[in-house]
Design a protein around this ligand. Structure first.
Ligand SMILES: O=C([O-])C(=O)C[C@H](O)[C@@H](O)C(=O)[O-]
Ligand SMILES: [Mg+2]
Length: 429
């Protein structure tokens, strides 16, 4: 079996996204993703998916060229080769800014975010070539299904008038009643039993009221609130006092390890993060200061499925919980998340996924949630098939875009509705 990589195809696409609100603004009507295909001399094709903004494409293109002639099973080599690709320094700030819903922005992290799409594609190809599911290549599943939580968002019924968009059927959710209604639908449609509300949108009192309404409507169900670091330490402590009884955890209430450590020390509520621990380099300080009790991994920016397993092992050693974060993603990534999550022994919290918000996909068959869970596929590779016609349609949308949607920019999308909008400084409350 010849496992030499002979071709790597990169297809940037724009996928429909509803008007979901977060502390920065609102989601654009279409968001960029990159689909990676790795083909071997034996004719096997593996697929991966990652961020599709220009800064990722700029790295992915030269990286793809360097992989031709290498072995698809040389996963460690991906991390060596990517170091040879220069990162445009103007693309990284080295800071956690409020635009960084995913934490610090570094050259390494940019590279890892690109590698992850290729690592998944290589694992898919390797699995298909060997007749083994990706979870087997990762050491084997320890569960047959992976549980996800309902990812609730404040949202408008529609994107601003005059903006080209796909219509969704979720309606508006801008108050406690709307949030509860959205949660009911999530439960009805997918069977989710835990709920996460994306906060940092309205003043904390309104978000506290929404979580209380959820607690009344779904007694005993795990609840989370995530304002993406929008609150001060004092506000975080107030919310923790008011909601401590009903929250499974509070996610990134305040920005940065020092602030998180203070909130953790002064409140009894467990804190989760996908903002202050987003790289291996950030682990030591955060764990030493006991700043977080749950790390929400994301294989995209941690550098793939095997790095996610390494993160889980470190968390285990420190008695810190692990679960998964998600941004807008398609079925390839949901399959990848499910494979890796199935191999992590102590996964004690339902993982996040935006997938229910994505009405479009590039697969011949969408993945489904049953009782809030995705069944772990035992088919070779990821167990998904690319729909080339759909891929072409979504790529055409990217080609035809004048450039305004090719970079995800929630603040710019908000300015269409509210021309005076500027990305809020933090703490916002
Ligand atoms: O858990 C989180 O912090 C996120 O999911 C960040 C995301 O960027 C989310 O807020 C979004 O896409 O609006
Ligand atoms: Mg978060």
């Amino acid at each position: 079996m010849n496992l030499t990589i002979t071709d790597v195809r990169l297809t940037p696409i724009l996928v429909a996204d509803p008007p979901l609100l977060n502390t920065q603004g609102v989601h654009q009507p279409y968001t960029p993703r990159l689909i990676v295909e790795v083909e071997t001399a034996g004719g096997v094709v593996g697929v991966g998916e990652t961020y599709g903004d220009t800064k990722y494409l700029e790295l992915a293109r030269p990286f793809a060229q360097k992989l031709i002639g290498r072995q698809v099973g040389d996963l460690n080599g991906l991390f060596v080769v990517v170091e040879e690709v220069a990162v445009d320094r103007s693309r990284v700030s080295g800071q956690v800014d409020v635009g960084g819903l995913r934490g610090v922005q570094t050259a390494d992290k940019l590279r890892l975010s690109v590698v992850s799409g290729f690592e998944v594609a290589c694992l898919d190809a390797l699995g298909k070539a060997l007749g083994l599911p990706v979870h087997a290549l990762l050491g084997g599943k320890v569960r047959d299904a992976v549980e996800y939580s309902a990812y609730l968002f404040y949202k408008w019924a529609d994107h601003p008038e005059g903006v080209r968009a796909e219509k969704d059927d979720w309606g508006a959710a801008v108050d406690p009643a709307g949030v509860v209604e959205q949660a009911r639908r999530f439960k009805e449609r997918y069977g989710f039993t835990s709920f996460k509300l994306k906060g940092g949108v309205f003043p904390p009192e309104e978000e506290i009221a929404a979580v209380r309404a959820l607690a009344r409507a779904f007694p005993g169900h795990p609840l989370r609130l995530d304002p993406n670091g929008a609150w001060s330490v004092e506000t975080s402590l107030k919310v923790a006092r008011e909601l401590g009884e009903v929250l499974e955890y509070l996610e990134d209430p305040a920005l940065g390890t020092a602030a998180m450590a203070e909130v953790a020390a002064r409140s009894g509520v467990p804190l989760a993060t996908n903002m202050c621990v987003t790289t291996f380099a950030e682990i030591k300080e955060a764990f030493t200061k006991d700043a977080v009790q749950v790390v929400l991994s994301d294989h995209h920016y941690w550098g793939g499925l095997r790095n996610t397993q390494q993160l889980a092992a470190i968390c285990r050693a420190f008695g810190v919980g692990v679960s998964m974060h998600s941004n807008t993603h398609l079925g390839i990534s949901l399959a990848a998340m499910t494979h890796v999550a199935s191999t992590v022994p102590d996964l004690h919290h339902a993982c996040d996924s935006h997938y229910p918000w994505q009405s479009e996909d590039v697969l011949t068959e969408r993945l489904t949630f049953d009782d809030g869970k995705v069944t772990v596929s035992d088919a070779p590779g990821l167990g998904v098939d690319l729909d080339r016609d759909r891929l072409a349609v979504l790529h055409r949308r990217w080609l035809e875009d004048d450039g305004s949607l090719r970079e995800r920019d929630d603040a710019a999308a908000m300015r269409i509705a509210d021309p005076g909008w500027v990305t809020p400084t933090v703490p916002r409350w």
